[in-house]
Design a protein around this ligand. Structure first.
Ligand code: T1G
Length: 691
């Protein structure tokens, strides 16, 4: 064996040279790896005894892409394209042996090889669009030549990897390794030589593109993916690059691909999406809790409350194969809850999101009960009852009496004080918050709320189990609304004021959806229901929301809330609501005025940023990027804007501060700038250091 460099070794087995790459953790194509591949190829090509070459990786995966950490810096030679050129010009067959996730530049390097073999469990994909870019090393030109425009568009526009078997069916991979990948790859390479198989280059294959109906493929792709990709600059650019595979010669298409790649890489959206990639991984790092902190085994989970939240929460654990006990106070409520679970699973199965046999497996793990004492064998118990402190305290007192020693007691509360809940138990170290977001079986965000006395292994366990059930778990501190809802309250306060001052709910929602959120505050309120916490007996018509509930306009569920809804639940502005708002404005003495979209956006977003700055100063969030991860995963903040704190850095903290001061002078202390915002502007710093 010859050591080429610290990341690359070269062996020769008979006539086959095996180039092994080893650049943990994911064999990203860092400069050291590119140098090793270049030198290894050169040596193998120069060796007359070598008739074929295998490229294989050590560790858990073949190359998972270019090294994201190198983006934004000058790319040192050899580039990925240099390696591809050397492979295509090698004069000897080069076989890529794929395992793990061959992604981005890794798959592009493999596509420049003459043949590809993969482990049955391998996946291949071009996920660049998730980073706000497009494949930058021929992926938009080679893939269409292998699978045709429609499939290439799907793979590149979604960034979703495909399994090895599908890749073989489509011709991306030549065969699956029956046994050990390395020996199978060497066997294939030797067979290619002995059979005299051609040194085929994907770039030369045009059969699938000759008569491609480019416009039809593009409009079909827009139909399939356009809605989800609303606002992403990379979407149309990726389509242009892929269409070029059918519109121009390979080298021209390649040159245009590189131009588009460079343009997107330098843009704000890609910077935001690459920042989010790192931020999403940073949330798992907790300053005073080492990553190897032992966690408590969770063999059985209990849920108290089988409402919408309880049912949705339960599904996460059931789908992850964790047995659940769900407890309600009445048979009717319990049946309603298990009915919600069954219906949700049936809906997912009908959309092909889950196989029927997996539904049976999941629901088979559920034990409904009316007996609180049935929770006594659970290792984690999550309370998802009515959002009222006295109700929660009573439940935790009962839990304290029946839960086994060492059981973790969590509340799904959205706002309330975890320390006050923990204080009614004899085991405050075992108590914390696990705040799921509705719909709990869909939304990825889980706020893990750290109480003053919560034990470190309890936090480590909650963070781990959150990840195990597919959530993005973010550690937050105790305050009203923790991180997400505390910032949401600031936004909601301004939204409610804006419609009294002169805007209408549909103006406010339009501005926020135009900014990239999936829905605005009033659309969100109608979806959740305007009557959460509303009581007809005590309602006094003091707010617009109360007046709507009194008029039995309680949101989508009554086909009327801030909007009127048709049977497809499509909302339209309501003249009646407009009248109710104008009336309330008059009563409250407002001189209504036209409010521009800029002011609406500033009044909604800047107070959120300001609240985020306070949250950081109070240590309620560990880092600004955690706040951004909360907003992207809990409320659909557009990933191409990076999150509220990243957005503040892109427009400049001074812009936010100036506006907050202007609003404070006009509208009072709701807009008093946070000390951290003032410090950052004074020191010329930033929240994230990444924009
Ligand atoms: N570059 C650098 N580091 C990377 C990396 C990459 N491409 N991918 C992962 N890491 C780090 C990650 O930050 C983490 O580090 C550790 O590896 C484990 O990752 C020319 C230009 C491969 C499916 O977009 O999808 O090629 O936090 O926690 O859950 O056209 O990582 O431990 O310090 O995610 O097992 C295209 C991105 C790049 C793949 C593994 N490739 N990575 O998931 O582990 S652009 C991608 C992933 C490109 C070409 C273009 C996942 C994974 P740390 P992890 P995982």
């Amino acid at each position: 064996m010859t050591t080429i460099n610290r990341a690359t070794t070269l062996d020769v087995e008979g006539e086959v040279a095996v180039l092994t790459l080893d650049n943990p953790p994911v064999n990203a194509l860092s400069h050291v790896l590119r140098e090793g591949v270049a030198a290894g190829l050169e040596a193998a090509v120069a060796d007359p005894a070598v008739k074929a070459i295998v490229l294989i990786c050590a560790g858990r995966t073949f190359i998972a892409g270019a090294d994201i950490k190198e983006f934004g810096k000058p790319i040192a030679a050899p580039t990925l394209q240099d390696l591809q050129d050397r492979i295509e010009a090698s004069g000897k067959p080069v076989v890529a042996a794929l395992h793990g996730t061959s992604l981005g530049g890794g798959l592009e390097l493999a596509l420049a090889c003459h043949y590809r073999i993969a482990s049955p469990s391998a996946k291949v994909g071009l996920p660049e669009i998730k980073l706000g870019i497009i494949p930058g090393a021929g992926g938009t030109q080679r893939l269409p030549r292998m699978v045709g425009l429609p499939r290439a568009l799907d793979m590149i526009l979604t960034g979703t990897p495909m399994g090895a078997a599908s890749a073989v069916t489509l011709g991306i991979v030549d065969e699956l390794a029956a046994g050990d990948l390395r020996s199978e790859a060497v066997r294939l390479a030797a067979a290619i030589v002995s059979d005299g198989r051609p040194l085929r280059r994907v770039r030369d294959e045009t059969a699938r593109l000759g008569d491609a109906d480019v416009e039809a493929a593009l409009s079909a792709a827009r139909e399939r993916h356009g809605r989800k990709m609303r606002g992403f600059e990379s979407f149309e650019k990726a389509m242009e690059a892929v269409a070029n595979a059918a519109r121009m010669p390979f080298d021209e298409g390649l040159a245009r691909e590189r131009e588009i790649f460079a343009e997107l890489l330098g843009g704000t959206q890609s910077r935001a999406q690459r920042y989010v990639f790192g931020a999403t991984r940073a949330v798992a790092k907790i300053a005073d809790i080492p990553v190897d902190t032992p966690t408590r085994p969770i063999g059985r989970v209990g849920i108290i409350g089988a409402g919408t939240m309880g049912g949705g929460i339960a599904m996460n654990f059931l789908s992850a194969g964790i047995p659940m006990t769900i407890v309600e106070q009445s048979q009717e409520a319990l049946d309603r809850g298990t009915g919600i679970i069954a219906r949700n699973y049936a809906a997912s199965a009908s959309k092909g999101r889950i196989r029927p046999e997996d539904v049976d497996k999941a629901t088979g793990l559920l034990s409904p009960s009316l007996e609180f004492s049935d929770l006594s064998d659970c290792d984690l118990i999550i309370e998802a009852a009515f959002e009222e402190m006295e109700v929660k305290k009573a439940i935790f007192e009962r839990l304290d009496a029946i839960a086994r020693d060492g059981a973790i007691l969590a509340s799904n509360t959205s706002y309330l004080d975890i320390d006050a809940i923990a204080a009614v138990t004899r085991r405050p170290a075992d108590v914390l918050g696990m705040h799921f977001f509705s719909p709990a079986n869909i939304m990825k965000l889980l706020e893990v709320v750290r109480g003053r006395q919560t034990a470190k292994d309890v936090i480590a366990t909650a963070m781990k189990i959150g990840r195990d059930i597919g959530k993005t778990a973010v550690l937050v501190g105790v305050c009203h609304g923790f991180v997400g809802n505390r910032m949401l309250s600031a936004r909601q306060r301004e939204a409610n004021k804006l419609i009294l001052e002169g805007a209408m709910p549909w103006d406010v929602d339009r501005v926020l959806t135009g900014f990239g959120l999936p829905m605005g505050p009033f659309q969100m309120a109608d979806l959740a229901g305007l009557d959460l916490g509303w009581n007809r007996e005590t309602s006094k018509g003091e707010t617009i929301r109360e007046r709507l509930c009194e008029a039995d306009r309680r949101g989508q569920k009554t086909a009327a809330g801030f909007y009127d809804y048709d049977e497809a639940r499509k909302g339209s502005p309501s003249p009646l609501v407009e009248e109710i708002i104008l009336q309330k404005s008059r009563e409250d003495g407002f001189e209504r005025r036209a409010i521009g979209d800029d002011e609406i956006l500033e009044r909604l977003v800047y107070p959120m940023i300001n609240e985020g700055a306070k949250i950081l100063d109070e240590g309620i969030a560990q880092r600004a990027s955690d706040i951004d991860v909360v907003w992207i995963n809990g409320y659909g903040w557009p990933v191409y804007r990076g999150g509220p704190m990243f957005y503040a850095d892109t427009i400049g903290p001074h812009t936010v501060l100036e506006k907050m001061r202007e609003f404070e002078a006009r509208m009072g202390e709701d807009f008093a700038p946070a000390p951290l915002l003032e410090r950052i502007v004074r020191d010329g710093g930033s929240f994230t250091g990444a924009a």
